[in-house]
Design a protein around this ligand. Structure first.
Ligand code: SAM
Length: 223
């Protein structure tokens, strides 16, 4: 998956992953992370997700990273937010109040770009990447993370033989291998959303399970 692949998707408006509603798992499970409310939340591969607005509404500061200039510009414009832009090495930082988006490549992120953050929200980010990039993604994520980190991950599971990604199918055993070896991990519910996803039914899928996981912070996992 090259950067050009994603730039092309954004140029062509092929952004079926973008949702007009706040994600149901975010609203349902974010409280289970037992955060104070004012933590800084990292949203990798953030697109123009409205979930970032919800996180900011809860009192969080949000730091997203996204390759596409169009995605970042659209996020601020469509939400009537006026961002201030500054160049920062390989990134352009767009900032408006409690939301900052770094326009550039996740894999070029260094701790000084990101600053400290206490939580991660990953919806459709890990699953946007092919298998070898997923390993690199988690490896890089871990290299950037600070102590006590916790997060919410949302994946998709389907029969990979029936469709090429993205989105890719990421099963529980892979999440366990990638994240479970580094963080306490708790698998939450999975709902088959195929009925609401016409585009995936047309591609021949017979099952499309969206699953949530909590990771990090010992305390959250004991409940
Ligand atoms: C499937 S979309 C999900 C977007 C968002 N998480 C959401 O829920 O709507 C994946 C996004 O990751 C971005 N992306 C892909 N590779 C990236 C990279 N290396 N660095 C930063 N963003 C990247 C793409 O441009 C795309 O907007």
């Amino acid at each position: 998956m090259t950067p050009e692949f994603w730039h092309q998707r954004w140029r062509a408006g092929q952004i079926g992953f973008h949702q007009q509603e706040i994600h149901v798992y975010l609203k349902r499970y974010w409280p289970a992370l037992k955060l104070g409310g004012d933590e800084r939340v990292f949203v990798p591969l953030c697109g123009k997700s409205l979930d970032m607005l919800w996180l900011a509404e809860q009192g969080h500061r949000v730091i997203g990273v996204e390759l596409s200039e169009k995605a970042v510009a659209d996020f601020f414009a469509e939400n009537h937010l006026q961002a201030v832009r500054s160049e920062e090495g390989p990134f352009v930082r767009w900032r408006c109040d409690e939301i900052e988006l770094l326009q550039g490549d996740f894999f070029q992120l260094a701790p000084q770009h990101l600053g400290s953050y206490q939580a991660i929200y990953d919806r459709a980010s890990l699953i946007a990447l092919p298998p070898t990039m997923r390993v690199d993604y988690v490896h890089h994520m871990v290299s950037l993370c600070t102590d006590g980190l916790r997060g919410l991950l949302v994946t998709l599971e389907y029969d990979q033989a029936r469709m090429d990604g993205p989105p890719f199918s990421v099963e529980g055993k892979e999440v366990e291998r990638l994240l479970g070896s580094r963080f306490p991990l708790k698998e939450l519910e999975g709902i088959d959303i195929l009925q609401e996803e016409e585009r995936f039914r047309q591609k021949g899928l017979t099952r499309l399970v969206e699953r949530a996981y909590l990771f990090g912070g010992e305390k959250i996992l004991s409940d």
